[in-house]
Design a protein around this ligand. Structure first.
Ligand SMILES: [Zn+2]
Length: 356
């Protein structure tokens, strides 16, 4: 960096701005300052024009996300077992957890109305929605036998909803989704929770787990590729993009057929050439040298081209801009792009160039 700096005709003022930008690099507020500093140092704009650029109206919609709750699993488990029914299933627990982390606005409204928790009409709405989604059988597992018998005898309306709302309120506090600080001062609406840390690891594998060649007796497939030779590709699954995804293949020891995610390769024999059979049932499709997509994405592209008359070049242009925006959001601050990005720089909705 210093070498690059001295390649330019910079004076001491610019050096000061460069140092300021480096020092403030880790600070969120410093992003604008850093942008300004580097603009001045590495371009010939000069101070007046760079300062002018800072005041050009632009919109960068970059939501400030909060990290996913980092509660210890034992504490989480103890709370679930102590507050819900003994037969509650994993899927119900995950539904409850994600319902809390995806409704931070409602949780904030609830706790603003009732600092100590309990049930409010806000939390009752969430409890009612959870009950409707789970269905009657799974909803029963949210309560102990004693609670269920009490619901049958009480004259209070919606006693199950109120009880569940109270439990959800406690659950929220355990997850630290609670908009008050230690001095009991309301800290404002909770930030949207980022779910990046709970994203699954994806690998692209053959569809079949056994060899389907006649005579091989459905033998198992072996992963024979050495670790360092396993290709790493980019996978677009729906609206999510995963990088560095391992592309695995399986080989049958008996017939030598190699099974891939989208096709099978049979070796050449005495009177038969080597053949490739593409699979109609493939979940993932190869669309570039290192780019794979799932059926949901490929269907969306084809439907848009057919129904919306979107051209192939239009899709290519959109994808290119989309990918560039994921690599860096730095230019966004300069050119005033309307962006909707999350912390991992994934473009969530759309982008729109604005004139400056
Ligand atoms: Zn075989």
């Amino acid at each position: 960096m210093i070498l690059i700096f001295f390649c330019f005709d910079c004076n001491s003022i610019l050096a000061f701005f460069l140092a300021l930008g480096v020092v403030c690099f880790m600070n969120k507020f410093a992003l604008k300052v850093m942008t300004l500093c580097y603009l001045m140092v590495f371009t010939s704009f000069g101070a007046p024009l760079s300062l002018g650029l800072l005041f050009i109206p632009h919109v960068v919609a970059s939501p400030d996300f909060a990290s996913f709750p980092s509660i210890d699993f034992k504490d989480f488990s103890d709370f679930i077992l102590g507050n819900f029914g003994a037969t509650i299933s994993l899927s119900t627990v995950i539904t409850l957890l994600l319902s809390m982390t995806n409704n931070t606005e409602l949780v904030s409204l609830h706790f603003k109305q009732a600092e100590k928790g309990g049930s409010t009409t806000w939390m009752n709405c969430l409890a009612r929605a959870i009950k409707e989604q789970l269905g009657s059988d799974a909803t029963q597992t949210l309560f102990s036998a004693f609670e269920l018998s009490r619901f049958e005898t009480t004259t209070t309306r919606n006693s199950d909803i109120i009880s569940l709302a109270t439990k959800l309120s406690k659950f929220s506090q355990i997850l630290d989704l609670y908009p008050y600080n230690k001095k009991r001062k309301f800290t404002g609406t909770l930030r949207t929770i980022s779910h990046n840390s709970i994203q699954p690891v994806l690998l692209i594998c053959p569809r079949s787990s056994v060899c389907l060649t006649l005579g091989c007796n459905r033998s198992s497939l072996k992963q024979n590729t050495r670790s360092r030779d396993i290709p790493r590709v980019t996978l677009i699954k729906g609206t999510e993009i995963s990088h560095n995804v391992q592309l695995l293949s399986g080989c049958c020891d008996k017939c030598g057929t190699i099974y891939y995610a989208d096709h099978e390769h049979t070796p050449a024999s005495e009177d038969i050439e080597a053949m490739r059979y593409f699979l109609n049932s493939a979940h993932y499709l190869k669309v570039g040298q290192n780019l794979w997509v799932n059926r949901q994405f490929s269907c969306a592209v084809l439907n848009a081209m057919y129904d919306l008359h979107a051209s192939a070049s239009g899709w290519t242009k959109f994808s290119m801009i989309h990918m560039v925006m994921m690599i860096s959001r730095f230019p966004a601050a300069i050119f005033g792009l309307h962006l909707f990005m999350n912390q991992s720089d994934k473009c969530l909705m759309h982008l729109e160039l604005t004139s400056i």
